[in-house]
Structure formats: structure tokens, C-alpha cells
Write a protein that binds this ligand. Structure first.
Ligand code: GLN
Ligand code: ZN
Length: 760
């Protein structure tokens, strides 16, 4: 009898269907609950997630995919990578962990959080482990074994998952005299002990996640990879290693990899453009399991069974032992369609979230073993769905897009001329101070929005409340002494979702949360059809705010690239086409703001860098060549004196600096405080023309920066940036912060700026 095709899940979301972990953690941070209660919530969630997978019939279920904050930080702790400044706080293990993630300011000391970066090409952020010369890598901690045992007690055999040694070496930041090479041996030793301990615990499969293998690898990288795994695999006795990759293909190392004694290799067939070709061309060893990532772990559309089955059957023809898998961890999709009560079944029938993807895995594994699958009901239902017209086209949008000409991408006059025009028109002081847009989203702000959403209050009441908040915010900013004000974004839940809701072509969900970092979740909209703007979106809020002050009020929009990147995109038209449609909609809004006398307009492109292809060779052709022009399309129609700002989260764009300058914004603000200010050197080297506001303090943590600290940061910036190009601002929006720390931080920022001005 034929063996039934098995199924595997790389990782399951952990925040809870209704964000239970988020709420419990935040209560714990506010000291409203004891640690026991937090641990209990976590345990219940893990149990539920394992049971769900087991009950759907998944064969390879992960453990240790749970995390209180981030799986890279978990792995760092597992390897003993904890800088002394956190140990010296002498907190409990869990609180030390949270101090690394969020910073700590309290009775035992004052330390900043570790840096945070985007996880490959996703909107998930990981904590960057830091290795200074005092760190010695050593297997420590019990999380992985405890969670394995916990699942086992529940009758579920799991495969513990850990970030692999190669990826860990690549992701760590080395702040001492030593570099990655100096830690290879210690790293190998720690992973060897890890494997030994797995064997002691009679764990049959261990999953090492090595997403760094999908990036460009040179000869040295390949040698490093060999060195690590040749070493680890020779000592292995009873456990089996699944080498799991995702977010792309592993063309640089495929031939090496298949010759190494891994028991299983996990490849991504969704984002891995070359995955299938590699197998076709070089084969796949018969003695290993291929974990074929065919169920998209990043998007929410139903799997097209016909296409997947074609690939599965061709793998079968090649006599490859295949396990059907997700393409990456399901961390990047929401939990379940079950809580979506507003969207009609017509829409929902096209979607598949984490739980539904489990069912898809199961159904496909059944169909893959059914020689007559064409007649199978499961197959027929799926095929019928894909044959249906989704009715999502809009001719007007298509025609407008077809009419765009080259000049529509060019703003005139050139920026250097605009800069002097704007200096005169806006009359701002030296080193203008501003913020990134949002102000604290306190309970009342959220309550007002949700009451309106649930029709508990009228539109008038809703608007009146927000206007009151705006008025307070304007007054507050004037008191603080900021130069360019914002309205505070109280009407917005999330910067992409807010615009999605206002634009035609988008669908939105009620509970489809996805973890972004730590306890922060986002609810990405779904791009269902052609996108267009029905009516002005932000104009009323911005003009109201402007009417309250003599100072300049900055309009606040989200750019097309970010809206697309933070939504679940269509799979039936190209990303380029979708981005251009959104760009035209935002252009309409920009022009309306300008016509309403808003003189400064910020178009956030927080997520621009995020979707940069992981391989350099694809950067321009598959992304920047259309993403940057799309941004220019949004603002090329404004007058010279209208100042266009943009904002990007994370300063990791040293390598695409000229593309960023090419967005042709007048000012860009970005995160710099949590990185090493390296970006500033690149700005100078590249004669960066856009005025810049590198964030002078970190808003991702409640810590209040001192005046002195900010003065120092500005002074460093001034050694690299021309003084008439420097803006002073925090590194991101303030929505996640509380009022007291925001007030203290911004006041310190303004005082620091005044000190600098008085000396310049
Ligand atoms: N304007 C947005 C805000 O201030 C930008 C957020 C972001 O960059 N993520 O919240
Ligand atoms: Zn930001």
C-alpha cells in the first residue's frame, strides 16, 4: 500500500486568536498581573495550537515556535548571548529577557533595548542579538526542552525548532573587537550540545531554520555553512535534522546541501523562484525527505489545488519522498476566518488563514494520494472557485493607468531649487523639530474608534471626540515648542489599514491580527480588486488641525509601496500594477491637501525597504524600478513651495541610498537611534540631497532620553550632515507610547535642539 503523504508546519502563530498573549504580556508589563498568570496564558495557547494542528492531522508539528517576544531573542538566550548590562540588572530570567526586548528603566538600572530589525522580507521584526567581547556562547536555558516535554505530555510528538547556527551568526551584531569568525567554534559547540541534549530526550526530529541561505552566498559563506553542518552532522546519532529554509530559493548552496547528511530539507516553492528548477536540474536524493513548501505562509488566498497537485505529482514521478509543508512559518498570516463576521461568504471562500491552511495541507495530502483526484469533491470545489470571475476589475482605473506618461513621474523644478523656495515660504528655524505623525493612542482614543465602528456612537460624536483630541494635541505640541506640528492620527488604527478602509478595492477584516513585533500586532487589509480613491480621506482632519494653529501643520499620508507591502496583495495581477493603482489614489489625496492649504505633506514609506528582494540581483528589476517611480507619481503634481516629507522605519538603506534620494522627497525622517549611526556616513558619501531627520531617540521603548543624550546624538549627526539639511525628530510615530514619557521625551528633544541652536 502506498504511504500517505505527510504534512508539516514550519511554525504556528503564537499571539493567540484574540491576541491573548499580547494582552497578558502588557498587563504583566504594567504590573497588573503576576508572572504566574502570564505563564499560564502562554501554556494554554501552546496547548491549543498543538491540539489544533494534531486534530487537523498535521504530522510534523513544531514546538519552541512559541515566544514571549521573538524567536531570534529566544535563540540568543538559548545560546547565552546576553550582554552584561542586562545581566547586571539582576532580574529574573524572564524579566532579563524582556529588558533585552524592551529596555528597562526602574529600580535596578536604566538600559536601552537591543536593536530591532525586519525579519527578511516580512513585516515581522526580530531583536538583533548583540555579541560583545564579554559574551561567551554557551548552551543555556530550558525553554526548548520544557516545551517539547509539555507537548509530549499532551500526547503530541513535536519537532523543536531553533534558528540555525549559520543564520544566527549572520544576524548577530558584533560590538566588540571580535567578529563572526571568532564565534564559529563556540557556536558549533553549543549547537552540538543542543543536538546531544535532543538525543538524550529522544527527540526524533530537530528543525533548524536557516532563512539566511536564500540570500546571496559567496564562497566564504558556503564554506562557513559547510563547516558548521559537517561538524554538527557527523556527531549525530539518533535524532534527525530538518534543514528548513524559506522566503526564497537556495540556488547558491543547493548542490552542496543535497550531498550533506540532513534527513530532511525544507524548500520554499512559493517565493523560491528557482526551487523547482533546481530539483529538476540537479535532482533530489532519494534517502532524504523533501519538505515541499507549497502552502503560502505569507498570503491569505486559498491554495490553487490544481497547480500544487501538478508539482506534487511531478515530485512523485521523480520518486522524491515528499512531505507537504507551509512555505514559511504561519506566523505571518492571521489565525482563523472563524471570527470574521462581517465579510460575506462570497469573499471569505477565497481566503485561508493559518487554521484553514492546516486544512488545505490535509486535503492536498489526501488528493496527492488519490489517482482519481479529479473526481474528488475536495478538488472539484477548489477548481470551481478558481474558475469563477471575482468581479474585481474597474475599467476606469485600468484606463487611467494606461494613460500615464513619463513626465507624470517627474516633479519640477528640481529639488535643489525647491529647497530654497521652501526655506522662504515656510520660514522655519534652523534644525526644525517635528514628530513622525501619531501621538499616544490612549484607551479613550481606541474606545472612541471602536464605539463608532460598533455604531454605539454617532458620526458627530466620533468626530467631535477626535477634534477635541486634535485640539489638545496641537496645544500640547505648541507648549512643547515643536515647529512642524501633526494632528496626531487619532482616527487611525494602523497606517496601512486606515487607507485601505478608505480606498475602493480593499477588504478589511475584524480580527485578522498578525504579529509585527513583541506585543504589537497589525491587521493588514486585503487587496481584493482594482484600487481607487472614492473621496478625500484625510483632508478634513488636517485642515481642522491647521485651523487651530499659526504653526505649520503637516498632512499625513501613507505611501503606495507601504500600503501594498502592509496589505495582503492580489495574486492575479502584478505587484507593480497594484502599486501604481494605489499611487494614483494617493496622488489625488496629495493634491487635495495642497489645494486645502496644507503646506507640508508627509507620505510615509515605512515599509519601503522591507520588500526589497532578498537577492541583490533582483533589487532593481523586481522592485525599485517600479516602487520608486510609484512614490514620485504621488507627489509630482505639487507646487515647488509645498514640502514633501517621507518617513522610513529602520535605517537599513545604506545600500539603496541613491534610490531613496530618487524618491525626490524634500525631507526624509528615519530611525537611527537604535542603530549605530552608520547610515550618516553613507549619506555623506553619497551626497544625499534630501533633507534628513535621523531619529534622535528610540520610541519603541518607554525609556525617556536625557537632554544630554540627545545633544550628543545631534552633535554626532552634525559631523556628518550639513546643518541646513538637518531635522530633529523621534525615530518613529508615538502611537504605542504613553503620554508621560512622550511629554518628557519631546520636551527633552526640544531643549536639546535649543541648546544646539544657541551654539551654532
Ligand atoms: N505616521 C506614522 C506614525 O507616526 C508612521 C508610522 C511608521 O512609520 N510605522 O505612526
Ligand atoms: Zn517609522
Amino acid at each position: 500500500m502506498e504511504v500517505i503523504m505527510k504534512t508539516s508546519v514550519i511554525g504556528f502563530p503564537r499571539i493567540g486568536t484574540l491576541r491573548e498573549l499580547k494582552f497578558a504580556s502588557e498587563k504583566y508589563f504594567r504590573k497588573e498581573i503576576e508572572v504566574k498568570e502570564l505563564l499560564h496564558t502562554a501554556e494554554l495557547l501552546r496547548k491549543e495550537h498543538w491540539a489544533k494542528q494534531k486534530n487537523t492531522g498535521i504530522n510534523y508539528i513544531s514546538s519552541n515556535d512559541f515566544s514571549f517576544y521573538d524567536m531570534v531573542l529566544d535563540t540568543a538566550v538559548l545560546l547565552g548571548i546576553i550582554p552584561n548590562r542586562y545581566k547586571e540588572l539582576h532580574l529574573s530570567e524572564l524579566d532579563t529577557y524582556f529588558a533585552m526586548a524592551r529596555g528597562y528603566q526602574g529600580d535596578f538600572g536604566d538600559v536601552k533595548a537591543l536593536a530591532m530589525k525586519k525579519w527578511f522580507n516580512t513585516n515581522y521584526h526580530y531583536i538583533v542579538p548583540e555579541i560583545d567581547d564579554n559574551v561567551s556562547i554557551k548552551l543555556s536555558g530550558n525553554k526548548i526542552w520544557n516545551e517539547y516535554a509539555e507537548a509530549k505530555e499532551q500526547g503530541i510528538e513535536t519537532k523543536p525548532v531553533v534558528i540555525g547556527a549559520y543564520t544566527m551568526l549572520k544576524l548577530c551584531r558584533y560590538t566588540g573587537k571580535q567578529s563572526a569568525e571568532n564565534y564559529v567554534e563556540a557556536m558549533i559547540k553549543a549547537y552540538r550540545e543542543l543536538i546531544e541534549k535532543c538525543e538524550e530526550n529522544q527527540i526524533s526530529w530537530i528543525q533548524f531554520d536557516e532563512p539566511s541561505l536564500v540570500q546571496d552566498m559567496n564562497k566564504k559563506d558556503i564554506e562557513l555553512f559547510h563547516k558548521i553542518y559537517d561538524n554538527l552532522l557527523t556527531s549525530i546519532k539518533t535524532s534527525k535534522v530538518l534543514l528548513q529554509t524559506y522566503f526564497g530559493d537556495i540556488r547558491d548552496v543547493y548542490l552542496d546541501l543535497i550531498k550533506m547528511p540532513f534527513a530532511g530539507i525544507g524548500l520554499d516553492f512559493i517565493e523560491g523562484k528557482e526551487t523547482y528548477n533546481l530539483i529538476k536540474e540537479y535532482g533530489f536524493p532519494k534517502d532524504k525527505l523533501l519538505f515541499a513548501g507549497l502552502i503560502n505562509g505569507k498570503n491569505i488566498w486559498k491554495n490553487h489545488y490544481e497547480e500544487t497537485l501538478k508539482i506534487l505529482s511531478s515530485l512523485k514521478d521523480k520518486e522524491i519522498q515528499t512531505v507537504l509543508s507551509t512555505s514559511c512559518s504561519l506566523l505571518h498570516v492571521p489565525y482563523t476566518l472563524n471570527h470574521e463576521e462581517k465579510l460575506s461568504q462570497d469573499y471569505l471562500s477565497y481566503f485561508s488563514f493559518a487554521e484553514e491552511k492546516l486544512v488545505e495541507l490535509k486535503e492536498l495530502s489526501i488528493l496527492a494520494n488519490d489517482n482519481d483526484y479529479h473526481k474528488n469533491d475536495l478538488y472539484q470545489r477548489n477548481t470551481a472557485l478558481f474558475a469563477r470571475d471575482r468581479k474585481c476589475d474597474n475599467d476606469e482605473v485600468k484606463n487611467r493607468l494606461a494613460g500615464i506618461i513619463e513626465n507624470d513621474y517627474i516633479r519640477l523644478p528640481i529639488r535643489s531649487e525647491r529647497q530654497s523656495v521652501q526655506k522662504k515660504a515656510l520660514g522655519l528655524p534652523e534644525f526644525p523639530t517635528t514628530t513622525i505623525g501619531s501621538f499616544p493612542q490612549t484607551k479613550d482614543v481606541k474606545a472612541n474608534r471602536s464605539a463608532f465602528r460598533r455604531s454605539e456612537i454617532s458620526k458627530q460624536e466620533y468626530v467631535a471626540f477626535n477634534q477635541k483630541k486634535i485640539a489638545e494635541c496641537v496645544k500640547w505640541q505648541e507648549e512643547i515648542g515643536l515647529d512642524v506640528l501633526v494632528h496626531g492620527e487619532y482616527e487611525r488604527n494602523d497606517m496601512a489599514e486606515y487607507f485601505g478602509e478608505a480606498l475602493g478595492g480593499f477588504l478589511f477584516t475584524e480580527k485578522a491580527w498578525v504579529q509585527s513585533y513583541g506585543t504589537r500586532c497589525v491587521k493588514p487589509p486585503i487587496i481584493w480588486g482594482d484600487v481607487y480613491r472614492e473621496k478625500p480621506i484625510t483632508v478634513e482632519w488636517s485642515t481642522y488641525a491647521q485651523s487651530l494653529t499659526q504653526k505649520i501643520m503637516k498632512g499625513m499620508l501613507t505611501g503606495p509601496v507601504t500600503i501594498l507591502n502592509w496589505s495582503f496583495p492580489r495574486e492575479d495581477i502584478s505587484i507593480k500594477e497594484s502599486i501604481s493603482q494605489i499611487a494614483l489614489a494617493i496622488r489625488d489625496e496629495v493634491l487635495d491637501l495642497e489645494a486645502s492649504k496644507i503646506k507640508v505633506i508627509q507620505i510615509d514609506e515605512a515599509a519601503l525597504r522591507e520588500k526589497l528582494p532578498l537577492r541583490k540581483s533582483d533589487w532593481y528589476t523586481e522592485y525599485l524600478d517600479f516602487a520608486i517611480p510609484a512614490f514620485r507619481l504621488t507627489h509630482s503634481g505639487v507646487k515647488p513651495e509645498t514640502q514633501i516629507h517621507t518617513h522610513m522605519c529602520y535605517s537599513e538603506f545604506t545600500d539603496i541610498i541613491s534610490a531613496i534620494d530618487d524618491m525626490d522627497a524634500d525631507v526624509i525622517t528615519f530611525e537611527a537611534s537604535r542603530s549605530d549611526l552608520q547610515i550618516l556616513d553613507s549619506l555623506r558619501e553619497n551626497n544625499f540631497e534630501t533633507e534628513v531627520g535621523p531619529g534622535v531617540y528610540d520610541i519603541h521603548s518607554p525609556r525617556v532620553p536625557s537632554i544630554e543624550e540627545i545633544v550628543n546624538a545631534i552633535n554626532i549627526m552634525l559631523t556628518k550632515i550639513n546643518k541646513d539639511k538637518l531635522w530633529i525628530n523621534p525615530d518613529c510615530g508615538l502611537k504605542t507610547r504613553a503620554i508621560p514619557e512622550t511629554n518628557a521625551s519631546l520636551k527633552n528633544m526640544v531643549k536639546a535642539t535649543k541648546q544646539i541652536r544657541s551654539k551654532s
